[in-house]
Design a protein around this ligand. Structure first.
Ligand code: C5P
Ligand code: MG
Length: 211
């Protein structure tokens, strides 16, 4: 416990020693499973940096940047943005924020190639993914949650049931296997994503506190 505490808060590390023990998490699960909500609470508790690739794309789209315009054509159909674009954007964000207690990756990786790129990036920083935690939620619950969120999120991809269904199909076709990829490395866990926000948060912290 004391070792864990020291590692989490970087006690015992110093600037002459470039190795820092961070805790790096992937918060995994289908769209609408509560990743963003839970990530915000995890940031409050542990001080990690939350990196949501969906939020990064929405920021770029909001500013009409070339990257945003390119991403928009995929996002508005519920398709995945090509790996090369997404991986480049993610790398920039990580490399611009080296001095953190850990990263929470939300919405990334969504393909096996993104997973491999993330592992390489972590290795280049002398880091690794410590845990992938999946929020498990059934499709019909997801659709009603996203439609509800769409009333206030201002997201076009939250407001159309056929786009939402496509996002779920893309998850099942391309993303689900990321769980198995990290399971083979012994770091995947799954928690029940149904319940109150606080109940789900406790399930997550129980897993994280054992890392
Ligand atoms: O993660 P989030 O659900 O907010 O992502 C919204 C959309 O952004 C996805 O439906 C997809 O079109 C795009 N996206 C992507 N690749 C990622 C993350 C998001 O293509 N790794
Ligand atoms: Mg999200």
């Amino acid at each position: 416990m004391i070792e864990w505490f020291k590692r989490l808060f970087g006690i015992g590390t110093n600037s002459t020693n470039s190795y820092k023990k961070m805790v790096n998490l992937i918060l995994f699960g289908p769209p609408g499973s509560g990743k963003g909500t839970q990530a915000a609470k995890l940031v409050d508790k542990y001080g990690f940096l939350h990196i949501s690739t969906g939020d990064l794309f929405r920021y770029e789209m909001g500013n009409d940047t070339p990257l945003g315009l390119e991403a928009k054509s995929f996002i508005e159909k519920g398709e995945l943005v090509p790996d090369s674009i997404t991986i480049g954007m993610l790398k920039n964000k990580v490399q611009a924020n080296p001095d953190v207690k850990g990263y929470i990756f939300d919405g990334f990786p969504r393909t096996i190639d993104q997973s491999k790129a993330l592992d390489q990036l972590m290795e280049s920083l002398d880091q690794k993914i410590d845990k992938l935690i999946a929020l498990s939620v059934k499709d019909e619950e997801i659709i009603s949650r996203i439609l509800e969120r769409g009333k206030t999120s201002g997201r076009a991809d939250d407001n159309d049931e056929s786009i939402i269904r496509n996002r779920i199909n893309v998850y099942n076709e391309n993303t689900r296997q990321v769980y198995d990829y990290y399971d083979k490395k012994g770091v995947s866990s799954s928690v029940d994503g149904l319940g109150t926000i606080d109940e789900i948060f406790t399930r997550l912290t129980d897993v994280i506190d054992q890392v």
